[in-house]
Design a protein around this ligand. Structure first.
Ligand code: SAM
Length: 269
């Protein structure tokens, strides 16, 4: 029986999924032929774009450590993707073992693979929900079980909000901002076409149009809007490699590839 035929119920193996394509960039095995073909078309447009995915994971680790070092003890990782090396709960719990982490993703394969890994971790859970309906994410019984909204929360939207349209952004981000108490943190990374060849941008965009979640390229000013109501911490919204580089956890350090995305962390005053 092929991997496709053994896929858990509810998982569409005929259309590429952004979660499974991303798993392929990171060298994971939870992807199907249709995902690999789509991902290869992106790799043809930007050779080595895998390094960009690794830069993004390195940013995630630095942002999580930053939040925990600021006293954050509960994190919601929205659009978390499939489990990989150095997951949010592992990074956070290495610093403070009882940090609570809720993983949220729209793709049912994330829950299917996440449950097994997390079964033994009482401080961590996985939820299937659509961020475009933020109340379903924040009011989910599993979210409420681990997250106390009277205390500061760290929210991660890492390589995720570029799947959100301009029309959807104000409602989603406004809901999130209003739900979080003062002292909460928000980390965002977002793909950009700033300074990149228009042809490559168009090629990548057209690949994602074949998935259930089209991809929006945004400028620096447009990405900054996701932080409305938050104060960006130093060094602000910058290309991934420039955000608080950590010599003890070096990223692949290819400024050209890291420049395909902006990253920043904001604090709710
Ligand atoms: N955050 C991880 C990282 O940066 O390594 C994974 C990023 S992956 C490129 C984007 C993830 O966002 C996918 O797993 C996808 O299923 C998820 N996603 C896309 N739209 C979503 C939505 N509306 N609600 C929740 N998750 C979503």
């Amino acid at each position: 029986m092929s991997l496709e035929e053994r896929a858990p119920a509810g998982i569409d193996t005929t259309r590429p999924s952004v979660a499974r394509m991303y798993d392929y960039y990171l060298g994971g095995k939870d992807n199907f032929a249709v995902d690999r073909e789509a991902a290869e078309r992106v790799l043809a447009a930007v050779p080595n774009s895998r390094v960009g995915a690794l830069e993004n994971r390195a940013f995630l680790r630095r942002a999580v450590r930053f939040m925990v070092n600021q006293g954050i003890r509960q994190i919601i990782d929205i659009g978390s993707g499939l489990p990989t090396v150095g997951n949010t709960h592992e990074v956070a719990q290495q610093l403070v073992p009882d940090t609570r982490v809720v993983y949220v993703d729209i793709d049912p394969i994330v829950v299917a693979h996440g449950r097994a890994i997390l079964a033994s971790n009482e401080h961590t859970t996985v939820v299937t929900a659509d961020m475009r309906r933020p109340a379903e994410v924040l009011d989910h019984p599993e979210t409420k079980r681990l997250i106390d909204f009277s205390q500061p929360v760290g929210v991660l939207l890492i390589a995720m909000v570029h799947f959100i349209s301009d029309e959807e952004r104000p409602q989603i981000m406004g809901y999130l901002r209003d739900a979080l108490p003062s002292g909460s943190y928000l980390a965002v990374t977002h793909i950009t076409g700033d300074g990149k060849p228009a042809e490559a941008v168009q090629q990548i965009r057209s690949v994602y149009e074949t998935t259930s979640t089209p991809l929006f390229f945004r400028t620096h000013a447009e990405v900054a809007r996701f932080f409305e109501g938050f104060e960006l911490v130093e060094p602000g919204l910058v290309t991934l490699d420039a955000w608080r580089p950590d010599p003890s956890d070096p990223s692949p350090a290819d400024p050209e590839l890291a420049g395909w995305a902006y990253g920043g962390v904001g604090r709710k005053p």
